[in-house]
Design a binder for this molecule. Structure first.
Ligand code: ASP
Ligand code: MG
Length: 442
């Protein structure tokens, strides 16, 4: 049988007891005849602790040293897990990202994987060993320095390794049991999905679903890696993220995602002349601030309002950029609203189905919820609303599209992944650690 890559998130290996039970699961996979490569995160909370330590030393730590520090968490968990596997009579060997041949660019804290030279991993599989790889790290050949891929990057390590080893599947073990039609903590009728296609999962992850790192999904799509998101606290099937099956009718709407972490900035009375938008958004981009939605109104009396959203964490910096820009372009000023939320519906089937946007807007209108901004892609419609309305909006839209009761239309006869049955947006499992909302999907 082929190779399976298994990635265990921080909550799945947060304690020695949990590490031992993960070892049992790995052993069971081996005993079922698979070759296993494991990718681990740091034990739950460790990466945050390391970040906290660095802040106590320096407000602006050296990026190289910060990466050196951050990679330590995964070294701890990989060594402990190997000890547990060896005690169970299995040959296991741990590898740092650099030892595993994960070659990245030199952008500390947000490095991108350029290549994987998995010779040592292949050699250990050939000699019947279980390879355990430290997640979210690599090495930059230009500097020979250790790098990290950014928070949550262990998913990307796992999927990239699975692509490079041509693994049969990449299993992402977490504290939620799959991808849901909406966040089950906010929508009681949310339903676990059996499968989601890559495009939908990319839009879900980019729209606020936190179960998978966006770059991991890009890798999975680019290299056609079947990804199985599932809970390490149960044996149940989770959600498969796979290629769209063209022979099966697509669900019109797969799920509703939300993101309450953005803020809205409105520049008032921007002069209506060429290159104003260019100036505003070049200045923000030079400050590496990511913009999400942009709305420019029809002009009246020679000027127009321009609104856009930014991550709340970038708000202070964005405001300082914008106050300079206002002076430069002669706009009288700007407004900031941090109390906004984005609600998005996603589904490959909406491409060919008219009226989807109208149905979503009606659901919000019927509840008296005002839409402040709208943006669309060919498989997504997003609305900015007041954050106080978020729960009501999620439930109204989820109900309007009957997402809690519909069958999973992507599951039809002739299904090839036959054990695949339905699953982001996340359901707490029995594990007490999962009660901490901020640790979910780690
Ligand atoms: N330990 C890293 C983090 O907490 C990477 C990961 O878990 O994916 O962000
Ligand atoms: Mg994660």
């Amino acid at each position: 049988m082929g190779v399976i890559v298994q990635k265990y998130g921080g909550t799945s290996i947060a304690t020695p007891t949990l590490i031992k039970s993960v070892a049992n699961r790995i052993v069971a996979t081996r005993q079922a005849g698979h070759e296993v490569v494991v990718v681990v995160s740091a034990m739950g909370g460790h990466t945050d602790e390391l970040v906290g330590l660095s802040r106590e030393i320096s407000p602006n730590p050296s990026p190289r040293e910060l990466d050196m520090l951050m990679t330590a968490g995964e070294r701890i968990s990989m060594a402990l897990l190997c000890m547990a596997l060896i005690d169970r009579g299995f040959d296991a060997v741990s590898f740092t990202g650099s030892q595993a041949g994960i070659v990245t660019d030199a952008a500390h804290g947000k490095a991108r994987i350029l290549d994987i030279k998995a010779t040592r991993i292949r050699a250990s599989l050939e000699s019947n060993k279980i390879a355990v790889v430290a997640g979210f790290q690599g090495v930059a050949p230009t500097s020979s320095d250790v790098t990290t891929l950014g928070r949550g990057g262990s998913d990307t390590t796992a999927v990239a390794l699975a692509a490079s080893l041509k693994a049969d599947a990449c299993e992402i073990y977490t504290d939620v049991d799959g991808i849901y039609t909406a966040d089950p903590r906010r929508v009681a009728t949310a339903r676990k999905l059996s499968r989601v296609n890559y495009e939908e999962m990319l839009e879900l992850a980019a729209s606020g679903a936190k179960v998978l790192h966006v770059r991991a999904v890009e890798f999975a799509r680019n290299y056609q890696v079947p990804v199985h998101v599932r809970s390490s606290f149960s044996q149940e099937q989770g959600t498969w993220v796979v290629q769209e099956d063209k022979s099966v009718e697509q669900a019109i709407i797969r799920g509703v995602a939300h993101d309450a972490s953005e803020a809205k900035i409105t520049l008032q009375r921007v002069p209506n002349r060429p290159s104003m938008a260019a100036k505003i958004f070049r200045a923000l981009s030079d400050a590496t601030i990511n913009i999400d939605m942009i709305v420019q109104n029809v002009s009246s009396a020679g000027s127009t309002d321009v609104s856009f959203t930014v991550p709340e964490s970038d708000l202070v910096q964005a405001e300082s950029v914008i106050s300079d820009v206002c002076r430069e372009i002669d706009a009288p000023g700007y407004d900031v609203d941090p109390n906004i939320a984005k609600i998005s519906i996603i589904g490959a089937g909406m491409k060919t189905h008219p009226g989807t946007a109208a149905t979503m807007f009606e659901a919000l209108g019927d509840k008296g919820i005002n839409i402040e901004m709208i943006s669309t892609s060919n498989i997504r419609i997003s609305c900015i609303i007041a954050s106080k309305d978020l729960d009501a909006a999620l439930n109204a839209v989820h109900d309007q599209f009957a997402l809690g009761t519909l069958g999973d239309t992507s599951l039809a006869s002739g299904e090839t992944l036959s054990e695949v049955s339905e699953g982001q947006l996340s359901r707490p499992s029995q594990d007490p650690a999962s009660k901490k909302a901020d640790k979910r999907g780690e």
